[in-house]
Design a binder for this molecule. Structure first.
Ligand code: ADP
Ligand code: MG
Length: 652
């Protein structure tokens, strides 16, 4: 009848309006006046470096310009890489919206364990790691007409490797266009690396940002953040706030503290909308940070450095920067890799401050002293390739037939000993033979989208007849440490809940138990499980179950990560490094003689996270070329003291 028709007409005209205003927004971006010049430059040069202020429209607009200009004719694809999963998903969603298409049709994204693309997808946003894996199936990237290596200044390991590979294929694929897009950092170096490729600069609009430092160092930066946000909220004019923290746990704690204090203040203050953003946040929650702030309210986005350059949130006037980030660090002598909260670089701090000056003059509150900025921070962040384990990448390059890694075209080469250690580790895992050539096992390991130790563990599980268990454990380990979340005010409660899942043997088995008992653990875990199971099926390996030998399979993959009980803690077997069981582990009290850990985190000291008890005899069985039986003898027959003493308090 009439009224529904009216409503339909109304909805249609509203959609048209929305699309129209969307087009208006597109035309208002700093990149828009340069559209024609940019397309001409791309037409003229095979490789182009594009530099532009964050938010100028590089990521969302350039692929659309290329599409409009015919670069996807004949079903060719445009690929755009992002170092971060969240950015790939969020940007793809935005572009689909701007083009008025369903995400996953013409525009899609592809990230590890999740593929939101289809046959029709011509604009493909993806993590740099995913494009790297595409070389395995399509070594010349023949289905792409353009590759955009975006956020190049981030210098992630995968982006750096892509530089070398893409520079190489560009030589024989003269029809392939390569765009290297970056924030206003380092662009001369990119140009130099790509044989003096021209640099196209998009002049940004930038308003002045006043920078404030603290007079003295902050003892507790989380608390300082909370206080600063509330101060801004109460004393400063309208404008949203962006806070930079280092990870999920910190961000959630900060959000909870803010919400709680606001509740206490009640109607005495205006509405404060507190929104977190980090990699593991469900995507509907992620999208919320882009919703416009209602009149009279203020939005505060609490983010990891995802918001430094990868995502632009409109309306930010105030930035709070404690000056830290979480970084991988790697000791090439001991082969120990760990995540450490460290001071960010001056370049990072300046990018963060810049977020306050996009729409109007802004303010940046640095929660450190001007002296610390000058004297304690590094000029720029060390590229990841120089501070990470290279096992994964070396395995991939070997599968691509690149044997001479020493002479690979690195923009900044990794330390020699890191390369050597990666080769040694792959040899010990059985992925390479004594000539450094890929073995059959190595080829299979490369096909699994996980790190070598994890893939070895998975592949070994077939032989131990426990692949269903091991796949579950691998999936649980891959979705990060979000399973046992401990809110600051509910630590006791959370720990009790976890106790209910404790089973003998170690944290891996607890994870397995959680998965089996709690159906709600999440679709992500199931996705990861199914994906790996699919690949196993493709290898014609059997997914079977046999609980007892699960720990053998873990050992087959992670024998490198073995620690032995010794006075006051544990020592790694090969290098005698002191490490401790994480107080959250189910083996914290028990202190078995031999342990394997999944990863190390450094807070007050080196903690092993996710540990499992093993029998030292298994080490000889799975890695006879790595361990000598003498190394594995127990020096004392006495049982060690059971308690680890102060560790729990020191963790704070
Ligand atoms: P750049 O890559 O140059 O940093 P982007 O293309 O990511 O810039 O962003 C351009 C503009 O698009 C931003 O300033 C913002 O206004 C808008 N934008 C980007 N992503 C979103 C989103 N998910 N929701 C709303 N607006 C967005
Ligand atoms: Mg961008």
């Amino acid at each position: 009848d009439c009224s529904t028709l009216d409503q339909e007409a109304l909805a249609l005209s509203q959609a048209a309006l929305k699309k129209e205003s969307m087009q208006e927004v597109r035309r208002s971006l700093p990149i828009f006046p340069y559209r024609e010049d940019l397309l001409a430059a791309i037409n003229q040069h095979q490789i182009l470096v594009i530099e532009g202020e964050t938010g100028s429209g590089k990521t969302t607009q350039i692929p659309q310009y290329l599409l409009e200009d015919g670069y996807t004719k004949g079903g060719m694809k445009i690929g755009c890489t992002q170092p971060r999963r969240v950015a790939a998903m969020s940007v793809a969603a935005r572009v689909a919206q701007e083009m008025g298409v369903k995400l996953g049709n013409e525009v899609g994204y592809s990230i590890r364990f999740e593929d939101c693309t289809s046959e029709r997808t011509v604009l493909r946003y993806m993590t740099d790691g995913m494009l790297l894996r595409e070389f395995l199936t399509e070594p010349d990237l023949a289905s792409y007409s353009v590759i955009i290596i975006d956020e190049a200044h981030e210098r992630t390991l995968h982006t750096d490797i892509l530089f070398g590979l893409i520079k190489d294929i560009a030589r024989f694929r003269s029809d392939l266009k390569v765009l290297v897009a970056s924030a206003t950092l380092d662009t001369e170096r990119f140009s130099c690396f790509f044989d003096d490729a021209p640099v196209f600069r998009i002049p940004g609009r930038r308003f002045p940002v006043d920078i404030f430092y603290t007079k003295a160092p902050e003892a507790d930066y989380l608390e300082a953040c909370v206080v600063s946000v509330l101060q801004i909220h109460v004393t400063q004019p309208t404008g949203d706030v962006l806070v930079f923290l280092t990870g999920q746990e910190e961000i959630e704690t900060c959000c909870e503290l803010l919400q709680e204090r606001c509740r206490r203040l009640g109607s005495k203050i205006a509405e404060l909308m507190v929104l977190p953003i980090y990699a593991n946040l469900p995507s509907d929650m992620q999208a919320k940070i882009f919703n416009p702030t209602p009149l009279g309210a203020r939005k505060v986005v609490v983010a990891t450095n995802i918001a430094e350059t990868s995502l632009t949130i409109d309306g930010i006037i105030y930035v709070i920067d404690p000056g830290f980030c979480k970084q991988k660090s790697y000791n090439a002598r001991t082969g120990m890799e760990s995540l450490i909260v460290t001071p960010c670089s001056r370049a990072s701090a300046n990018q963060r401050a810049g977020r306050a000056g996009r729409v109007a003059a802004g303010k940046c509150f640095r929660l450190y002293t001007a002296w610390a900025f000058k004297h304690e921070m590094e000029e720029s962040t060390v590229p990841e390739i120089q501070r990470t384990n290279l096992g994964n990448v070396v395995l991939l390059l070997k599968s691509l037939g690149i044997n001479d890694l020493i002479h690979f075209d690195f923009m900044d080469p990794p330390p020699h000993e890191t390369l050597v250690l990666a080769l040694e580790q792959l040899y010990a895992l059985g992925a390479l033979n004594h000539l450094g050539e890929l073995t059959k096992l190595g080829r299979r390991m490369a096909e699994l989208p996980v790190d070598p130790m994890l893939s070895k563990m998975i592949l070994a599980s077939e032989q131990y007849k426990c692949s269903e268990e091991v796949l579950t454990i691998a999936a649980m380990l891959s979705v990060n440490n979000s399973i046992f979340y401990r809110p600051k005010d509910k630590v006791v409660h959370a720990d009790n809940a976890r106790m209910n899942f404790v089973v003998p043997g170690g944290d891996h088995l607890v994870l397995l138990n959680v998965y089996t008992q709690v159906a709600v653990v999440g679709a992500t875990v199931t996705n990861v499980f199914n994906l790996i199971a699919l690949i196993m099926h493709y290898f014609q390996l059997h997914v079977n179950r046999y609980l007892l030998s699960t720990r053998n399979a873990v050992t087959a993959g992670y024998f490198y990560h073995t620690a032995r009980l010794s006075k006051g803690g544990y020592k790694t077997v090969k290098h005698q490094q002191t490490v401790y069981v994480h107080p959250n582990s189910c083996l914290f009290e028990e202190q078995p003689r031999w342990l394997i850990y999944h990863e190390l985190v450094f807070t007050t000291k080196e903690f092993m996270r996710q540990v499992i008890e093993i029998d030292s005899g298994w080490l000889l069985e799975v890695a006879p070329h790595y361990y000598k039986s003498k190394e594995l003898e127990d020096s004392s027959s006495k049982k060690m003291p059971r308690k680890q003493g102060k560790a729990k308090e020191e963790l704070g």
